[in-house]
Unconditional design. Structure first.
Length: 75
């Protein structure tokens, strides 16, 4: 059967809200769980430039040059 997303449900969200608010630690680090994951999975510039960029340039047959913006490169 299909679920109607507009149907009302009787749920106590207090525990969910307490958990979410426990992860809030200020404006700089407002979600401790997302911050922790981001630190683990972030692709570091050194890794990108030493491993991925040379392989990309090899595949496209051209050198990717920077346009003075840290995230933009054009082959």
């Amino acid at each position: 059967s299909d679920v109607d997303s507009s149907e009302d449900i009787d749920v106590n969200v207090d525990n969910i809200l307490r958990l979410i608010s426990a992860g809030y630690v200020g404006l700089e680090d407002y979600n401790i769980w997302l911050t922790a994951v981001h630190r683990k999975v972030k692709l570091r510039r050194k890794t990108f430039e030493q491993i991925y960029l040379p392989r990309f340039e090899e595949i496209v047959g051209r050198t990717a040059t920077s346009r003075r913006y840290r995230r933009v490169r054009f082959p």
